[in-house]
Design a protein. Structure first.
Length: 135
């Protein structure tokens, strides 16, 4: 299991008329958390696509809204890779406010695509080798 935290401040553009973080914008926070988690491991999406010809499309999202995030809240996006990827990789997202109250939880599953063949593949060995160093 690997865990990484990343700060994010809710902007005015992120909110709805009530000043709540708009529900549709949570997926953007999952992506920010996922990309920064991978970056913390030395895995860069741009490099993965350009050099390794691997894409990771989202196949499912399960979200649970617990409490609202508000305009100007400083959030902590916690992203957890709970297990070694195989054909898919799972990211758990937990979003906390500055009082460390969990506002939101999500499970995001992605799979691996070889860009040349457009076929699903297993997690590349070079990626699992990196993840094994952090479990």
């Amino acid at each position: 299991m690997y865990q990484f935290d990343f700060p994010y401040r809710v902007t005015y553009a992120d909110t709805d008329k009530m000043g709540y973080l708009y529900y549709g914008n949570y997926a953007t926070l999952y992506e920010i958390g996922r990309v920064e988690t991978m970056r913390s491991l030395g895995i860069y999406y741009k490099e993965m696509e350009q050099n390794h010809q691997i894409m990771m499309p989202v196949v499912s999202v399960e979200a649970r809204y617990l409490k609202p995030a508000l305009y100007d809240d400083l959030l902590n996006i916690r992203t957890i890779i709970p297990e070694m990827p195989g054909k898919m990789v799972t990211f758990l997202s937990e979003i906390y406010n500055s009082e460390q109250i969990c506002l939101h939880k999500a499970t995001v599953k992605l799979f691996f695509i070889d860009m040349s063949s457009q076929l699903r593949v297993s997690c590349p060995d070079w990626m699992t080798d990196i993840l094994k160093k952090h479990t």
